[in-house]
Design a binder for this molecule. Structure first.
Ligand SMILES: N[C@@H](CCC(=O)N[C@@H](CS)C(=O)NCC(=O)O)C(=O)O
Length: 232
């Protein structure tokens, strides 16, 4: 059984997509990051970075005790190894897939996240910051568009690289991007979005939370963090 510590955000959706695709049994443990549940000691014991997603695998392959993990890329890689799905077993296939997974983790996710922050949430509209992250998001969309020009999925067959990138393209309008400027990316986006497992993952999110996570109350919880945050 996989216990998934989850909230309804792009990094959370990556893991529900994987779990829905594979049918691996899982239970959701909602962590409302807007009300500060990411600072509860029991969550910090699993996820010391006070961020979702995190998992506990109650039956790891080595037969040992429960194994906990945070960081969505590490979780996807672990679950792919556990199930033997969505990460090719070959040396080159694995390297290529992980390369794009970490491109998402180090590039698309953080840059689109800053784009959301400065465009939507920052109390001051700072033109330099907005321009910087909207442009960088656009550059990364361009990289993905070029990559998808001559292939169906990001790295060989549909893989954890696609599952990591897709939820970060879903909010493309909030990121001030026009998918018509990226036709190969648009084709891939529609193809991935039509997968039944992806649709189940997003439908599940609607059952767990329909309110925006960032509002007046949650603003200080999410954006007021500093060195003392999460100290135990
Ligand atoms: N690199 C991390 C990022 C996780 C992350 O930023 N999670 C956000 C939601 S998408 C979160 O939990 N935020 C809570 C907070 O800011 O306190 C991962 O991919 O798992």
């Amino acid at each position: 059984m996989i216990e998934l510590y989850y909230w309804t955000t792009p990094n959370g959706h990556k893991i529900t997509i994987f779990l829905e695709e594979t049918g691996l049994p899982y239970q959701i443990r909602p962590v409302n990051i807007g009300t500060g549940e990411q600072f509860k000691p029991e969550f910090l014991a699993i996820a010391p970075n006070n961020r979702i997603p995190a998992i506990v695998d109650t039956a790891p392959a080595d037969g040992g005790g429960p194994l906990s993990l945070f960081e969505s890329g590490a979780i996807l890689e672990y679950l792919a190894d556990k199930t033997g799905r969505f990460l090719p077993p070959t040396l080159r296939g694995r390297a290529e897939t992980l390369q794009w997974l970490y491109w998402q983790m180090g590039g698309l996710g953080p840059m689109a996240g800053q784009n959301h922050h400065f465009s939507q949430y920052a109390p001051e509209k700072l033109p330099y910051a907005i321009d910087r992250y909207v442009r960088e998001t656009g550059r990364l969309y361009g990289v993905l568009n070029t990559r998808l020009a001559d292939r169906e999925y990001i790295a060989g067959d549909y893989s954890i690289a696609d599952m990591a990138c897709y939820p970060w393209i879903v909010p493309y309008q909030r990121q001030q991007q026009n998918l018509d400027d990226f036709p190969h990316l648009k084709r891939w986006f529609e193809q991935v979005g039509a997968r039944p497992a992806v649709q189940r993952a997003y439908a599940l999110a609607e059952q767990i939370n329909t309110a925006p996570t960032v509002n007046e109350q949650s603003r200080s919880v999410l954006f007021g963090q500093g060195p003392a945050t999460g100290k135990r």
